[in-house]
Design a protein around this ligand. Structure first.
Ligand code: SAM
Length: 230
């Protein structure tokens, strides 16, 4: 059974899509989609040997090798220009997703939709999408096994731009659409984030105090040394 996180990602994959799942691990997502949609085709990309082999095993197990190709390689290097029209990058940090998109920019000409599921640092992904003319058309937030996950769906040059310049930085942090409909899970996530931020600020203030004490100590000694040298 596919996780709720990945089956939610799957709901955004258009029917009959030819898509790539980068960092596919066991290739659960592409196999699931191709089992339910007989017109879909997928490329499962993996940079590590172990997960690459697991992906091949899953594809063989479901007899999908004619529709799911498993390729070993870094990020978008496993796809050729205009080979896919949809891209999924899920289950990694936002910074890594952003760098995969940035480094593979030249392979994205034919990609109409990007579905990203960053585990942390979602803002980095949204910023990249914003700067590269992908409009966020849907966002989901869900909790599974004690983790809260965000799913970001973006379409190339979609008409609706959810960004307002005065709100941009906040929209990148919270998600422009998640911010419009604050669900219970959204509130839960940001209550956690609030406590984390309070803790970080407290620690920074403590460090600042300790630094200040050290500076005073050194200044006192400095004045003694100056006195002795007079
Ligand atoms: N996408 C699956 C999911 O959401 O459940 C698997 C997520 S798994 C935590 C992340 C996978 O991404 C790992 O198997 C890792 O080897 C792969 N990965 C990390 N960096 C990558 C890169 N630059 N190119 C391709 N795969 C990468």
């Amino acid at each position: 059974k596919l996780s709720e996180r990945l089956s939610t990602v799957a709901t955004f994959i258009t029917e009959g899509a030819v898509f790539a799942d980068i960092g596919s691990d066991h290739a659960y997502l592409p196999c699931y989609v191709c089992l339910y949609d007989s017109k879909a085709h997928a490329i499962a990309g993996e940079v590590k040997e172990g997960p690459f082999k697991s992906a091949i095993e899953t594809v063989n197990k479901y007899d999908l090798s004619s529709r799911v190709q498993v390729r070993l390689g870094d990020g978008l290097h496993v796809i050729q220009d205009r080979e896919v029209n949809l891209l999924v990058v899920a289950g990694m940090g936002g910074t890594l997703i952003r760098s995969i998109l940035e480094e593979g920019k030249d392979r994205l000409c034919g990609v109409q939709r990007i579905i990203a599921q960053p585990n942390v640092n979602e803002r980095n992904v949204r910023k990249w999408l914003y700067e590269n003319n992908y409009t966020i058309t849907c966002e989901e937030i869900l909790e599974e096994n004690g983790h809260i996950y965000e799913i970001i769906v973006a379409d190339r040059n979609a008409a609706r731009s959810p960004y307002k310049m005065d709100l941009l930085q906040k929209q990148l942090l919270f998600g422009p659409l998640l911010l419009e409909h604050k669900t219970e899970t959204f509130i839960k996530k940001w209550k956690n984030e609030l406590s984390k931020r309070i803790r970080v600020i407290d620690e920074m203030k403590k460090a600042r105090e300790q630094n200040q004490n050290k500076i005073s100590e050194f200044e006192k000694e400095l004045s003694w040394v100056q006195e002795v040298l007079k």
